[in-house]
Design a binder for this molecule. Structure first.
Ligand SMILES: *Cc1c(COP(=O)(O)O)cnc(C)c1O
Length: 417
């Protein structure tokens, strides 16, 4: 193929994305991430879209801690960890993470995407097996692909199918078996049934890994995640999670696990060995965010109250929702164009939401995924709820039947953030 043909092919692909109405636009913010945000082209909006669950993204003491670390240690580490990129603060952050989640140890990465890319390949060989929920995050799917282990997939949150897949995995080899699940399925707002997963893991003598990105900081006692929520902290072998959501929303990911797992990842994890250390500001901000999160029942209470208030008012208004027990509240519209028109209308009303359609969610299950935040007020929610009702009326949407084709997601390709 000629170079020119290559570029023509790219143009064709891009045109196809536009023609399918799947082009993703990026709104520019001119304010910090918070309950209200300013959009460069559209002014101030109530923000129902961020992973800023505890409202720490613009928290003054988190910012001060980040600045302090930057003042002491500079802007960047300009090195991977083992060459000359480790400060005392890096070690202390890893200790803080392990203490917070109740694991032996923790190791940080540039992002949870990297943590998931790092974790499988060094730990599992060709004799081993990975049994993965079908809706797991894209980074888990990619990480699993990098390992030589045999792969099995179970229908999302379907414990009967998990048992079947474990039986097949056991029958087809005698290596280690690792069950992998998201702690929270972010497109649907459901928690994994980690209690049941751990029981099956016991029965099949399997390891358990949970990606708790949408749970760390907000779910379970002290916000310590789904393992504490289901009281299985000691049974879960590996937790991966992010510093980019509830814990300040900046950047960074980690694996929290038993000591030998963390030790081996430090020696062999490729995204750890071949990528830069977290910047001092990220480390300092994250440490303060963890300190606040561990002591912030008030923020979590407000967050969960918001979720209940929004859920019950939207249900009463006739909208079809999915999910339960989590501040992700997806509003189902079925048809992608309906979800897009609703989002545009809501934007005009000063409510910032993003529609999700194929391939992020299955065909015919388009939705507006709202996310609550402790940075929102009751007034924000009431305004948003009225805006949803008005927008649906303006567009002639029959709320109760808009999503008649919509059911909890059964397939997908590992959703967005
Ligand atoms: C957001 C998310 C990630 C990626 O986290 P980053 O730190 O932003 O790379 C991984 N897994 C899940 C389940 C997520 O929701």
């Amino acid at each position: 193929m000629h170079r020119t043909d290559f570029y023509e092919r790219l143009e064709g692909t891009l045109e196809g994305i536009r023609d399918d109405g799947l082009w993703k636009h990026e709104h520019e913010l001119t304010s910090p991430q918070s309950g209200e945000i300013s959009l460069a082209d559209a002014g101030t909006h109530i923000n129902l879209c961020a992973n800023n669950y505890l409202g720490l993204a613009d928290d003054p003491s988190v910012i001060a801690a980040a600045k302090d670390a930057m003042d002491r240690l500079g802007h960047g580490m300009a090195s991977v960890r083992f060459i000359c990129g480790t400060t005392e603060d890096h070690r202390l952050l890893e200790n803080d993470i392990a203490d917070y989640l109740g694991t032996d140890a923790a190791i940080t990465f540039a992002a949870c995407f990297d943590a998931n890319a790092a974790v499988f390949e060094p730990l599992l060989g060709a004799d081993d097996a990975i049994v993965s929920d079908s809706l797991n995050h894209a980074s888990i799917i990619d990480g699993v692909r990098l390992s030589k282990a045999r792969r099995y997939r179970f229908a999302t949150r379907d414990m009967t199918d998990l048992r079947t897949q474990l039986e097949v995995a056991r029958a087809e080899g005698d290596g280690a078996i690792l069950i992998v699940t998201d702690g929270v399925f972010s497109m649907d707002g459901y928690l994994a049934d980690l209690g049941a997963i751990c029981e099956l893991a016991d029965e099949f003598d399997a390891l358990v890994m949970v990606d708790d990105c949408h749970a760390t900081g907000l779910i379970g006692p002290g916000g310590r995640g789904t393992p504490t929520h289901f009281d299985v902290v000691d049974r879960v072998d590996i937790v991966t999670s992010t510093l980019g959501k509830a814990l300040g929303g900046a950047m960074g990911g980690f694996v929290a696990a038993r000591q030998p797992i963390v030790d081996l990842l430090r020696q062999r994890g490729r995204p750890y060995l071949f990528s830069n250390a977290l910047s001092p500001a990220h480390v300092g901000g994250a440490r303060e965010a963890i300190r606040i999160a561990s002591a912030s029942d008030d923020r979590r209470d407000r967050l969960m109250r918001h979720a209940e208030r929004f859920r019950s008012a939207m249900t009463a208004a006739g909208f079809e929702l999915t999910g339960a027990g989590h501040p992700i509240v997806p509003v189902m519209f079925g048809d992608a164009t309906v979800a897009v028109s609703m989002a545009e209308r809501l934007l005009e009303f000063g409510v910032y939401v993003t529609p999700f359609s194929f391939p992020v969610v299955p065909h015919g299950q388009a939705r507006i995924r709202t996310q609550m935040s402790a940075a929102l007020t009751d007034e924000h929610l009431d305004t948003a709820i009225s805006a949803f009702m008005q927008a649906a009326d303006d567009l002639g949407i029959d709320r109760a039947n808009a999503a008649s084709s919509a059911e909890p997601t059964k397939s997908g390709n590992g959703g967005a953030r």
